[in-house]
Write a protein that binds this ligand. Structure first.
Ligand SMILES: Nc1ncnc2c1ncn2[C@@H]1O[C@H](COP(=O)(O)OP(=O)(O)OP(=O)(O)O)[C@@H](O)[C@H]1O
Ligand SMILES: [Mg+2]
Length: 408
């Protein structure tokens, strides 16, 4: 009727007369097209379901593999703060195999429960806290950094919380090691500085004598020898500047301790305030709330004055000097950086010079520069485990940003 093939099921039965003679055949035809179609659909759906099940199984295996290999204990709890899943490492913390009822297990469970309860029923989406738990592996109490997050269901209600416990003591040990290495580097820098300073100090006295002699000679030089005399004078001045930078290194390597970078910045700006104003440079200063720095205040004084002098030199026709300090916290809130920015609206630095300017004796200032300024800046930054970022556009200006890790 609808122009399509139809499937019939035929049931045949012979017919007999009263005396048992076969008289014919009755055939009942039943349209089973829909039945067959339904059967095929059920089969296809079953196949699909099996394939989906296989994908889910593979995903679950992969997830388990990831969880087991994270290397940190992971705890999943429900919306009543009841633990519903522990990875093998977390299991070790709250149910030691050899002694599941030990007092340490009970204590660990109580501490973890208290933490999970306080987080689950708080308004925070995420939490970072330190939790002290007994570690059966090391047999000691370990400080863990617990990082937790909430998982919400479709109605926006908390369904689960996931907590990753990171062994903080290992991290702290690493930090301690880094600190020791830094102190060693500082000592090395200090020793090199002392050596350079001592040599500079020794050179300084005869140099003063040479300068005086040149000055005295000035009046008696005949015009023919004048160019030679000028070379003598300018080159001696150059040596004087190099010696002065080296003497700075000597002075700046003795004090180590904790200091306020904002105070150092204020000191430096006070020192340069007038000369800057004289050439039409205004100072735009924003000093934020920052924690104290561990290191040498004197080294930072030299670092800042070297950067400010460079900025000043690039703005002989006036401009703006930018000084900023602030603390930048990492997204986890566990670490922070101290940022110091020295910017100017000066000449800018060409790209190729940016590559070499931190090397010693690289200068574009001829007789007036030693090319040691940025090299010293780099040394001080490395001493304090910091980083340098330079952004500069020729004709527009330069921003030098220094970042130092804050260790509390
Ligand atoms: N803020 C800046 N703007 C433009 N150029 C800069 C800036 N800072 C550094 N430079 C360039 O980098 C070079 C190297 O700087 P560095 O401070 O090491 O030496 P210098 O300033 O030349 O000499 P010194 O610091 O001993 O007086 C400079 O000569 C200059 O060309
Ligand atoms: Mg300089």
């Amino acid at each position: 009727m609808e122009g399509e093939e139809v499937l019939f099921e035929a049931v045949c039965a012979p017919t007999y007369s009263a005396d048992g003679v076969r008289t014919g055949m009755v055939t009942v035809m039943r349209d089973v097209t829909d039945l067959r179609r339904a059967d095929q659909e059920v089969r296809a759906n079953l196949e699909k379901l099996r394939a989906a099940e296989e994908i889910v199984r593979q995903d679950r295996d992969r997830l388990n593999l990831v969880i087991e290999n994270v290397g940190d204990p992971i705890v999943v709890a429900d919306n009543a703060a009841k633990i519903v899943m522990l990875d093998p490492l977390a299991k070790e913390l709250v149910s030691f195999a050899e002694n599941p009822k030990s007092p340490q297990v009970v204590k660990n469970q109580a501490k973890l429960d208290a933490y999970l309860t306080s987080f689950t029923f708080s308004f925070a989406d995420k939490e970072n806290k330190s939790v002290h738990l007994f570690n059966p592996g090391s047999g000691t109490e370990v400080e863990y950094a617990a990082r937790s997050g909430k998982i919400y269901d479709a109605r926006g209600q908390v369904a689960y919380t996931v907590t990753v416990l990171r062994d903080f003591s290992a991290w702290k040990k690493l930090e301690q090691l880094q600190l020791e290495r830094r102190m060693l580097e500082m000592e090395k820098f200090a020793a090199t500085g002392r050596l350079a300073g001592t040599i500079a100090h020794e050179i300084n006295n005869p140099l003063e004598a040479i300068k005086n002699a040149i000055h005295l000679l000035g009046g008696t030089v005949d015009p023919k020898s004048r160019p030679i005399y000028d070379v003598l004078k300018t080159e001696t001045e150059r040596v004087t500047r190099i010696v002065r930078q080296m003497l700075g290194l000597y002075r700046n390597t003795v004090q180590l301790g904790t200091f306020d970078l904002n105070a150092v910045a204020e000191d430096t700006l006070a020192l340069f305030g007038r000369p800057l104003a004289k050439i039409g440079v205004t100072v735009d200063k924003r000093l934020g709330q920052i924690p104290p720095i561990k290191g040498s205040a004197d080294q930072f004084r030299q670092l800042l004055s070297n950067l400010v002098v460079n900025a000043r030199d690039s703005m002989s026709d006036g401009g703006k000097l930018i000084i900023r300090t602030k603390e930048i916290r990492s997204s986890t809130g566990l670490h922070s950086w101290l940022s110091l920015i020295v910017g100017d609206t000066g000449t800018g630095i060409p790209a190729d010079l940016q590559k070499s300017m931190f090397e010693p004796f690289v200068t574009t200032k001829g007789e007036k520069g030693t090319g040691l300024g940025l090299w010293i800046v780099k040394g001080v930054v490395e001493n304090h485990n910091g980083r340098i970022k330079v952004r500069s556009t020729v004709g527009k200006g330069t921003v030098i940003r220094l970042l130092f890790p804050v260790s509390r």
